[in-house]
Design a protein around this ligand. Sequence first.
Ligand code: NAD
Length: 255
Amino acid sequence: MIQDSAIEAVRDWVAGASRIVALTGAGISTASGIPDFRGPQGVWTRDPEAEKLSNIHYYMSDPAVRRRAWKSRVDHPAWHATPNAGHRALVDLERRGKLHALITQNIDGLHQRAGNSPDTVIEVHGTMREVMCMACGRRGDMQPVLRRLQSGEEDPPCEHCGGILKSATISFGQALVPEVIERAMQAAEHADLLLTIGTSLQVYPIAGAVPLAKGAGARLVIVNAEATPFDHLADAVFRQPIQEILPALCGAGTV
Ligand code: NAD
């Protein structure tokens, strides 16, 4: 009953808001078959060694780490994943003209696949759908490089300069793109309602968007199966599966 009235309250906040900002993490994509890093079934929880694949220093210095990283890119579940009801609830918010920005730490591109406009989505950790040369900086589509892997290359170099290639994602130890972070922080500062969804809020600087938005007067709703360091700041916290609770909170389908 308390949960029902909490859901009703959030629906009212959504109805009254005009500049909603969503901050999403890996948890919104687990129902699409893409594991998170730190949840109970997370990639790093099950295999702590896998953390090295996301660390730029190991990646640049160890060919064995790169070979393993490329194999995990070829096998990545995102290539066959489809968006779920959680992603679709955020598309619905955008169609209703309420979504000011969708800041995502995800690299899987599922928000755009679901139908959110690329202009609304701010990918603070880049995208696995593109590749980047660490020497000459050229970017391109990931698919042709994956085909080189399938033809037998194990650590395909840049075809222009021979440099080390990597997915166009931000690894741990790698610099973020300042303009992208600035855009995300500005959006958070102008939000009237911040929804954080499926993120453990442990990765900075983007976790700092939460106290920033709250301090600037936004309501804060946290949707995550596990506790986060910002639950005490939240106006409401929901632990249910995102794909079930988010459509209810957003009042999906209402005007
Ligand atoms: P995280 O792994 O630290 O946290 C995910 C949280 O989501 C966990 O607390 C977990 O309990 C919760 N969760 C998982 N499934 C849920 C569900 N169905 N309903 C409710 N809660 C659920 O993820 P993070 O905060 O995004 O940080 C991890 C980093 O890893 C990010 O930088 C991101 O770039 C990257 N990452 C991205 C993907 C992706 O693109 N899908 C997947 C794994 C990791």
